[in-house]
Design a protein around this ligand. Structure first.
Ligand code: SF4
Length: 402
């Protein structure tokens, strides 16, 4: 299978299992964790996937999909960690190499069509058909191989429209351009799939948690140098400059009707998870699972929440002093204003609301920027930007755009 998100693969999953969750239930009885790891383990030894992973046997297509979806299932337990980055990088390389070998993007997730409708004169110019000195491989590279509807194309393309031939609502693509777009589409679909699976991870068999532990070791080994440069992974001081627009709006203070939602619901959950538990190990995590005393909340998180509350019109905590108890309640300590660490777990530690909830409850807060594209929760926005920033700090390529 040359694209596990492609139309052919999706059709196979639908036909054999109905949906991805049923597929994930079936996987543990069909392969063991090491077999899934073989799809990505080569990254520790080589930059290019080994030949045996490029030759795919049509009879083994399902098994091949099992391996990929097993890895996705494991990432549901660490959707934003280095494991996800490691698997995404390895699988993007592997499937790209398979597509190159096959020489066709048909059946992939990219919504392309064979080219048609190019006036002969334009084609000759664009493909330099009259240039007899052009070597055959160069000539091949210049061929306009596919066309893509502009609405789909603009979702992915980050360059200028002047760089491609556009005609009657379609962008025409050479092989290398189409491959690059496929890679971007693959990475987006990968992020989306992992974050959807994270929402249902409590329903997944234990197999995936075990696999995640093994992936953690591989990814730790692969990113060893970066981790050494950055120190401990996980909880870190907050980077306000990388916050999503909705959180920045809430920090500025908001009018009366939105105060409780912006401060107590959004800021409290966002700041606490972003600061002390960016990768919650499970859904019902408590503050005491992530920190050993309350200082980080009292000294770093609460002052920011109170300051934002004071900027509201009228100031939230002057108007409603009992709202402080509600903040602790949303942090999982029950309704109190003098909590101890042991109280954590007395109520639910609320996870940041998804973007659609924010738009429904406080539409004025959502002012999406280019990094919001494809993001469904403000915490994802922040963690993605943080990861890109860290890559740039360690010289591995930084903010590559939205
Ligand atoms: S799209 Fe989501 S992250 Fe971006 S501003 Fe809106 S609510 Fe915030």
């Amino acid at each position: 299978m040359s694209d596990p998100f492609g139309r052919d693969a999706q059709e196979l999953i639908r036909r054999e299992f109905g949906d991805v969750l049923t597929l994930l239930e079936r996987i543990p009885s069909s392969i063991d964790p090491d077999e899934a790891l073989s799809l990505v383990g080569w990254m520790l030894k080589s930059n290019e996937p080994p030949g045996e992973l490029l030759r795919t046997d049509p009879l083994e297509e399902l098994r091949d999909l099992f391996r990929f979806y097993a890895l996705l299932g494991a990432l549901a337990f660490s959707p934003y960690g280095i494991e996800a980055e490691f698997v995404k990088k390895a699988t993007a390389k592997l499937y790209r190499a398979r597509i190159e070998r096959k020489g066709s993007l048909e059946g992939s997730l990219l919504k392309i069509e064979p080219t048609e409708g190019i006036p002969e004169r334009d084609r000759k110019i664009l493909e330099r058909a009259m240039d007899r000195s052009l070597p055959e491989d160069e000539r091949e590279k210049l061929k306009l191989k596919y066309r893509m509807h502009l609405s789909e194309f603009l979702e992915l393309w980050e360059g200028s429209l002047k760089e491609v031939y556009v005609r009657k609502g379609y962008a025409y693509l050479r092989w290398d351009e189409a491959l690059k777009l496929w890679e971007m589409a693959f990475e987006r679909r990968f992020d989306k799939a992992v974050s959807l699976l994270a929402d249902v991870r409590d329903e997944l068999p234990e197999f995936y948690e075990e696999l995640k532990e093994k992936l953690e070791e591989l990814a730790g080994e692969y990113f060893k140098e970066r981790l050494e440069k950055l120190g401990k992974v996980g909880a870190k001081p907050l980077r306000f400059d990388l916050f999503p627009p909705c959180v920045k709006e809430a920090l500025k203070g908001v009018p009366a009707g939105m105060r409780n939602y912006a401060i107590t619901v959004l800021l409290t959950s966002f700041l606490s998870y972003a600061r002390i538990c960016p990768n919650p190990p499970r859904k019902d995590v408590r503050v005491k699972d992530c920190v050993s005393d309350l200082r980080v909340i009292e000294e770093e998180i609460l002052p920011v929440i109170i300051e934002a509350g004071n900027r509201c019109k009228p100031p939230l905590f002057e108007d409603q002093p009992h709202e402080i108890k509600n903040i602790w309640y949303h942090l999982g300590f029950g309704l109190t204003d003098k909590p101890t660490l042991e109280d954590s777990g007395n109520s639910t530690w609320y996870f940041p609301p998804n973007c659609d909830k924010i738009r429904a409850n406080a539409p004025q807060l959502c002012k999406p920027d280019r990094y919001c594209r494809g993001v469904k929760n403000p915490l994802t926005y922040y963690l993605r930007r943080l990861a890109r920033e860290e890559r740039s700090e360690t010289g591995e390529g930084g903010e590559e755009g939205g």
